[in-house]
Design a protein. Sequence first.
Length: 115
Amino acid sequence: MNYNSYGELRSGDLNRRITILSYPEQDDGQGGTYIDRGHPVQVTVWAYMAKPHFAEQTSGGGPASIITQGFVIRKRVVNANDIVTYEGQRYKILHIDMSGTRNMTLTCQAVVHNG
C-alpha cells in the first residue's frame, strides 16, 4: 500500500469496484418520513478492500464467529442503513469511520441468508 501526504491510501490502491445501495427517506405527507424500498439509489465507487477480521464470541450459550470486512472509499454520503455489494456478496454496514481527510472506512459484515 502507498500513502499520500495526508497519511491516507493513494488513489491507485482503491482498486476494487463496490456498489452502495441506498434507500432514500421520503415524506409521508403527514409530517413524518418512511424509507422508500421501492426506489433504491445505486452508486458504484472505487474501494480498497482490507483483510477480513475474524472474532469469536459466545452468543446464546454457544460459540459464534463474526467476520467483518473493511472497505476504504473516498468520502461521500453513506448511511448505516445502506448495503454494500462486492462480487455478488451483500454486506451490511456496522460502522462508518469518517476520521480520514479524504477517505472513509466502512466496517461491514456479510449478509448470509440460510434457507
